[in-house]
Write a protein that binds this ligand. Sequence first.
Ligand code: ADP
Length: 437
Amino acid sequence: MKRLYCEFFIGVAVLFFLSIVSYIYVTEELTPDYVEIVEINQVHSVISILDKVAHDLGQHRADEWFVQYAEENQLSIVAYSWESPELSAEIIDSLKQRRIYCDDMYSYFVVYGDGRQIYSIAPDLSKPIWEQIDFDDTLLWVFFYTTFAIYSALMLKILSRRFRVLEQTTLAFAEGDFAVRASEKPGDRLGSLNSSFNQMADKISALITSHKQLTNAVAHELRTPVFRVQCQLEMLEDLGLTPDQLNYAVGIHDDMAELELMIEELLYFAKMDRAVIPLNLTSPYMSEWLDKLVTNCQKETDIPITVNYQHEERASVDVYQLTRAVSNIVRNASRYAEQGIDVSVFRSDHELHIQVDDDGIGIPDTERERILEPFYRVGTARDRESGGHGLGLAIVAQIMARHQGRIEIGSSESGGARFTLIVPQALATDESSAGSL
Ligand code: ADP
C-alpha cells in the first residue's frame, strides 16, 4: 500500500514538474517573454526620465532621483566603470545600443545622463520584502505538493477500497460461492472491471450448473439399466450355466456392483453439492463412535488399525456424514498402508482433530490440494490398482465444509499420508453458513 502511494505521488509530482518545464519552454523559448518586455519598458522609461533630469537639472540631481528610485523599490545599486572586468562584452554591447541590459528578474545594468558610469540595480537581499517574495514562491510549491500528496492519498483510499471489495468478491467466488457478484454501482466499480468480472462469473456458474445437472442426470439415468442388467444376469444364472459361463457371470456381477457404487457416490456427491442433505447434529462420545467405525473398517482389511485418544471428547456432528468421511479416509489408508494405520483424536483450540496416519507411499506436496477435487487421482497406474473413482475425498471435503470444518493433508511420521479432519466442537447454529464446496 505504501509503495503504491509513493508510486502514485511521485508519478503526479513528476508529471506536474514536466508540465511546468514544458510551460516555461513554450513561454520563454518558443515565444517572446512578454513579462520581461514589459519590465524592460518600465525601466527604460525610468532611464529616459533620468536622462531628462540630468539634462535639465544636472547629473547630480539625476543620481539623487536614481538613488530614491532604488530605495523605494528595495533595490541595491552598484556602480561600475566601462572598463570593469566584471562586465561581459554582451552587457557592454547591450548598454551601448539600448542603455539597458536585463540580467535577471528585477536585475538590470543601466546607463543614464552623462553615461560615464554603469549602474547595476538588483534586489537588495537585506530587505525583508525579497525574503518574503522568496518565501511566497516556496510556499506555492509547498501548497502544490501538499495538494498532490492529499490527492494521491484520497485517490488511493478510494481505489483501494474498491479493489478490496472486488477482491473479496473474487475470493468468495473462488471459494465456491457462485452466486456472488461484484457491485456495479458508480461508487464501487473500477472502470469496466466489475461488469467484466460479473460476465465471466455468469458464464462460469452457468457452465458449472449445467455440468452438475448433466452429471446428476447421467447418474440417475444409469441406475435403471444397471438394475435391469443385474436382474437379467440373475435370471440367466437361474437357467443353469456352465462353470466357464458362471465365471463370466461373477465378473459381470462385480463390475455391476462397482458401477452401482460409483453411481451411488456420484449421486451423493451431487446431493452434498446442492446442500440438500440436512445436517442432523448430535453430540456423541468420540471413543464410542470411533471404536464402532474402526471395528467395521477392520473387517475389510488385514492391516491393523489402532485408535488413540488423549481424552474423552464430544463434538457436535452429523454422525452419519462424519462416519462416511472418516470411513473414506480409513479405507483409502488401508489401500496404501504397508504395516498399520493409526487413528488419533485430540482437541486443539475448541476444534476436534481426527487424524489418520498410514505408512504407505504418501501424497506429493503438489497433489495435496488437487486430490480434493472430484475425479482427481494422483498416479493413474497406482490408482488403477487401488480401484477408486476419485470421488471419496471430494465428498469428505464437502462433509467437512458442511460442518464448518476443514481437511488437512500432510505426511505421517513414517512418510506415509496423514489426513486430519478438523471440526469445531460446538458448531455455529446457523447451519446455512456452512455452505457447500
Ligand atoms: P479414490 O476413490 O480414487 O480413492 P479419493 O478421492 O478417495 O478417490 O482419493 C483421491 C486420490 O488421492 C486417490 O486416487 C489416491 O491417489 C490419493 N490418496 C487418497 N488417500 C491416500 C493415501 N492414504 N495414501 C496415498 N494416496 C492417497
